[in-house]
Design a protein around this ligand. Structure first.
Ligand SMILES: C[S@@+](CC[C@H](N)C(=O)[O-])C[C@H]1O[C@@H](n2cnc3c(N)ncnc32)[C@H](O)[C@@H]1O
Length: 246
């Protein structure tokens, strides 16, 4: 692993207050939303998280040992209510998926999907993905990264809270294996262009298409996306690959 962390640990920057910074750590890409779990979500959370949850710790993990097999590993950041995540894992049982999400009712909803679909290839970490990637995922350990519809933070003064920015993309790219893919999607056009620009600027990645990519079959259309498309709104997919070693 390299000596210089790409994202500074939480104690760096102490004393500097910036909007969006929690506990003087790095700027957060989310706000803790209110919202209670339904009793079903609560029950599934209590039943499933001890079995499939990854508890955050500031040390790298062995993903093959964690999933109990050597199959391809894909990270999804911001699984939301988990419908897309569960559908993808259900349709691709030979691939192991690690979903990272901070919103507790969303984690509860995903636990329900995992139990109902009897998925053994999908696990969840309920923690800030920036810290999970920085502290827990070894370099060259992932076959793919999904970041679907990240919070757009559309006001200019909030743009700094967006996930897809150069330092985090460089960190994520370092966790991909050579040939691994990095797939983002958004319905916010200006963010789509930022994604394309930031990923194009990462020297270890190469675009899999010319410009935006067609939606690949493995990413199902969400209800929300379908409605948007009917209303004439756009959705943009950006898919890059990590360069093979020379
Ligand atoms: C707009 S939602 C999209 C959810 C889902 N991907 C979808 O397509 O419906 C973005 C999600 O990312 C989560 N999120 C944002 N920043 C995060 C972070 N740093 N770590 C983990 N989850 C994060 C939010 O809690 C939210 O659920």
């Amino acid at each position: 692993m390299s000596d210089t962390p790409l994202i500074q640990p939480a104690n760096v920057g102490e004393g500097v207050y910036e909007e969006g910074r929690e506990g003087y750590g790095h700027i957060k890409s989310y706000v803790r939303r209110a919202g209670r779990m339904s009793s079903a979500q609560e029950n599934y959370y209590a039943e499933m998280m001890p079995k499939i949850g990854l508890v955050y710790a500031s040390q790298p993990i062995d993903l093959a040992a964690f999933f109990g097999r050597n199959n391809p590993k894909v990270l999804e950041i911001g699984t939301g209510m988990g419908e897309t995540t569960a559908k993808i894992a259900d349709a691709n049982r030979d691939i192991d998926y690690l979903g990272v999400e901070v919103h507790v009712p969303g984690v509860g909803a995903l636990c329900k999907q995992i139990a109902e679909r009897e998925l053994t290839n999908l696990r969840i970490c309920q923690h800030d993905a920036v810290e999970v990637v920085r502290d827990m995922l070894p370099e060259d350990s992932l076959d793919g990264v999904h970041v679907f519809f990240p919070d757009p933070w559309h006001k200019a003064r909030h743009n700094k809270r967006r996930l897809i920015q150069s330092p985090f993309v460089a960190l994520l790219a370092s966790r991909l294996k050579p040939g691994g893919y990095f797939h983002c999607a958004t319905d916010w056009e200006e963010y789509a262009h930022q994604m394309l620009e930031v990923l194009s600027g990462e020297p270890t990645l190469v675009n899999s298409s010319e410009g935006f990519a067609p939606r690949p079959d493995y990413r199902p259309l969400t209800k929300f996306e379908n409605r948007g498309l009917r209303l004439g709104h756009g959705v943009w997919d950006v898919i890059f690959r990590k360069k093979q070693l020379a």
